[in-house]
Design a protein. Structure first.
Lengths: 152, 152, 152, 152, 152, 152, 152, 152
């Protein structure tokens, strides 16, 4: 397989995506990364800005979330591997939703989180083929499953 | 359709399921309800109790979450409608995972939560065919979609 | 097959459904009929009445249409045969939408309309296994495909 | 994803497709657009011209509609996003059929129409991830979901 | 599994279906048999009789074949096992079509024919889980796979 | 869509495939054609020659037919359009099998045959989006559905 | 869900199936058990006995294995849960094949084996939602996932 | 089809993969080969090395097997043809698991083994489109199904 498609879902307030992408690029791995829109304000406002403002907060959010879904669902459906990162802040229900969505589609799921979150994430982790604590482990997995060599 | 199958996912610390089931039964609606195991301790310990203890917390949780998944995934796959309830406590990532899983399978999704959770749940709500605030609204929806009559 | 499930989609202002159901029952055909909600006002208002009013007309309609979709999609997915009736009034885009939806799911599609509508319905008719002009012809088809006898 | 495939279904009497394609090209968006045959006469006559004339109008239309379906269904199935435009004239049942077909296949649906059509299109809109009024809004959505940047 | 559904496709000029059904009933096997319409004239004329005559032979046949397809496809899709019988007369392309259709749906295929037809049926036989020469062998297979006992 | 994949199934004793391919190439149509193995002897003997001889004719044929199925099924599953040609000789059950297989997979089916075969092919034709009599009509269809222009 | 369907695959030389079925019945669990044919000689000879003898050992086995597949695949596809038992003798590749087959279909997989087999079964166990050592643990799992109560 | 994707599963202690790949390359066949990780130690240790050590042997193996599954399942799902080789040593349940997994996905399965293994592999062989004894036969099959010419 010439290119592996990896969708990086979840937490948007740290630079874990950049770490994974930079390290993968440094290793010259044949991976095409994709992600949801990670600009929080853009992600909140896209529906209202593009399709017209909404005074009612529910519909304001609903409009934006659906526009984002065009991107997210398309890219998850195209992905070979879906990595979902949970941080220590916010509800992050969209991350868990993506994990469930990817799981039902039979995607290989990698979950990335601090061990302190093990208990509340147990159902998500149970659906995963790997549970990592650090972005570099995700890169190690990608290198291993793509190249077939294990660096000890 | 003689019987509608409805899976009630999510929050396990209030009596919303009983409310929905009691009101539906009082209306004599032809609904077969199902749910995840709602006994929190049982749900945590089932893997270790049945299959053998684990000293490592991660595997203790993993074992239990997988046993629960036998129930949860089977019932979601059989369901016509999946209702997911979010409360004001705990991470509830399993609820959001179920919503994503049900959504990818094309199930009709109803989300039930307080308006105060609208913003963090916007991606989940965007996948739903109805967003309710009270259990009685879920019953009203079931009555309407099954009977085809609207009680005003 | 002990029971055939037939969904009757489309026009709601004439009694074509009753005609089909009455004649089928008179013939004692083992058919379980279902249909969208055919009470026009209920179908328009169900979202707002059950889930809360909306001042914005778009969301008022959107809320209702989604609640109706819980019924419609579930029943189409369960159906063996989908009959779609087009009348001479109104836009009836929901009928054509149902026909496309049923067609993509591989359901046997029967379209029922006056010959005067042949040209604008040509794409819908092209996806059908039968195009009838009168409700009694639909009953004749049901009797034939279920019983295997042709009454001349 | 290097290229997004977008099918532009529906109304064929205004230049909305050209507007979307021109603006997308001007932005250098990596989109491969496709569409049904938009030459009305060709679309009507293709069956009879290629496969032989039909004196009966129903079969004349049927033959053509099926040849068109070879193009339309193939392209919808390959598409990531299906945009369906409704104008103010004609029955346009083929547009609604395409919307239903795309929806059942799980495609991201964008509906484009004047607000005056909101009520009769409510079931179609309810299946969409975005409802736009102007072609430029469709381009804005494509730019946003592909590039991930929101231009305010 | 309380009931096995078996569709008996193909040749309609000998009594092989009755043989299989009688012997199965004599053994009290829990099988629900179904079949295409086996009245040749009815099968030819159903479209024209029910939906209106056609002077053009192609459309006369087309109309009838589609009405028959409502029965045939529905029953094949519901079947667990599809038995296809080839006789020594006629083209029987509908039988081979049903075999291909059933095979693509993953149904268990049993082909029933005289050894003299082995060569022209090799592609059909290659898709089958059993190739029988006599109806009684089909009954023996049904008894074996349902009861799990082999009568020698 | 940059390339359309067309599988040419059926009759192997006339040059209809070459006609279609030559005319398509002359028109510079972006089509990738594929076909079953059309060397009759090779198709019969491939199993025995590659995997070892068989004295029993049934298994000789079975072995070969399965090796051919590796090619045929893979290419049908990749195809956008499946053209099936029926000639005036031989049983051609493999052609009808391919038509049924392609139909169940939802491929666009074009059937090519002389009008004298209309009656025995009515079930196959009923599953097709076009029924042509001459190879040049297939090329005309490909040109039309790919280019969107109708040459009268 | 009124009845859970559980397929018991694998080892046929001990009474583990009877243990599971007896204990489940004693608990009055609403489970419909099924299994491959567990009479070793019948399973080997069914093809030749029913469809005719084969002198070549490969085809003798092939014929029988395919007849058994009619039973096995149908029952696995109908199952909600597939339990696969590995013993300490024989190759048992059919058991591992069934596990892979069930896994690809998304069935809930429970593997039952002695800890001494952990290493060679690691890929099979990795696809399972539970790995048990004793039949009684399988019953405990069934009781828990069906009843939702954990007996400690 | 410009490139055929072939996954080479199973036995890792002889050079059969290299033989197939070398001979295919020498013939300039357009095949993209892939395989599980064939470095036995790496395959055993990858989970623990990348994601952290495990003192419990079961989880040590489980972690590794799941990481390997990311590679294996992705590549099997992308493959057109899956070749599974069984040798004369070890349990090789992962090979049989892959065969079942590939079979349920509808992949063309080729099994490669010594005739001495025919009886225990009968269920696996029964799901295959070809059963070969030597790697060169697999290459001959690939050449034949891709090129369409039979070299005698």
């Amino acid at each position: 397989m010439s290119t592996w498609r990896v969708f990086l879902s979840g937490e948007i307030h740290t630079d874990w995506r950049e770490t994974i992408m930079d390290q993968s690029n440094a290793l010259d791995l044949p991976v095409e990364f994709s992600a949801p829109v990670t600009d929080h304000a853009a992600s909140d406002d896209c529906g209202a800005v593009i399709l017209g403002d909404e005074s009612n907060k529910f519909w304001y959010d609903n409009k934006g979330a659906k526009v984002n879904a065009i991107r997210t669902r398309t890219l998850i459906e195209k992905a070979d591997i879906v990595v979902v990162r949970f941080g220590d802040k916010y509800k992050q229900w969209n991350a868990a939703f993506d994990a469930g969505y990817a799981s039902a589609l039979g995607k290989s799921l990698i979950v990335l989180h601090d061990p302190s979150l093990t208990h509340p994430l147990k159902e998500v982790d149970a659906a995963a083929l790997a549970v990592a604590e650090k972005p570099s482990q995700v890169v190690d997995i990608l290198r291993y499953v793509i190249r077939g060599h294990l660096y000890r």
